[in-house]
Design a protein. Structure first.
Length: 209
């Protein structure tokens, strides 16, 4: 299981994600139990500030099983930690994650350098131009499929060791979430286009498993 997802941060709630991150670090044992009991082996979270001043939370998760089973397990949980976690996430985003609704993001591209080691991660999200989703998916399938050797050479030159691309369909428009890893993320040139266009690089993870 691998998935990356973006959630809005409501106006006036911009300080809450970092406050929640600090609270999670103070309750690390409960957090680890909540995730590991469901087969989650990696969870990383970032904040992305957009050019219009809005903010997103970006989450990348890996683990055993399926994303559908993971979501179902969280929705039925009655543990104190999970209840608190979803209450504060609802306050931040306006979304009740315990209620069914919407599909899970689709993994449309995946790259891993030989060796399979783990490195520091980064994540960013960009909107899809209305009507261009099918073209974008076809491009990703070709880039990470038929042209995988060329993509691998490109990512090796950039210093990227891992990359996962997800399509998230929302009522406000489709989004592409890109998660990557590099030995030195600040030297990974695959992020340059985002920095140049956005001028707001996503902040480091606020909590990570």
């Amino acid at each position: 299981m691998k998935y990356g997802v973006a959630f809005p941060v409501l106006p006036g709630k911009e300080s809450m994600p970092e406050e929640v991150g600090a609270a999670i670090r103070s309750r690390m044992g409960e957090y680890v139990e909540s995730r590991s009991s469901r087969g989650v082996t990696l969870e990383r979270v970032w904040l992305q500030q957009n050019p219009d001043g809005s903010m997103l939370q970006l989450v990348f998760t890996e683990g055993s099983g399926t994303a559908e089973d993971l979501v179902a397990s969280f929705r039925s949980s009655t543990s104190d930690f999970d209840t608190w976690f979803f209450d504060v996430q609802q306050e931040i985003s306006g979304i009740d994650f315990r209620q069914p609704g919407g599909g899970l993001p689709e993994n449309i591209g995946s790259y891993q350098a030989p060796g399979g080691g783990r490195n520091p991660g980064y994540c960013f999200c960009v909107p899809v131009v209305p009507g261009a989703t099918d073209v974008g998916v076809a491009f990703a399938k070709e880039a990470y499929g038929a042209k995988a050797d060329e993509l691998a050479a490109s990512r090796a030159a950039m210093g990227s060791t891992r990359e996962e691309v997800f399509l998230q369909r929302t009522r406000m428009g489709d989004l592409v979430i890109v998660y990557g890893e590099a030995a030195d993320p600040d030297q990974d040139r695959s992020r340059d286009a985002v920095r140049d266009a956005n001028r707001h690089a996503p902040r480091d993870a606020k909590h990570a498993l």
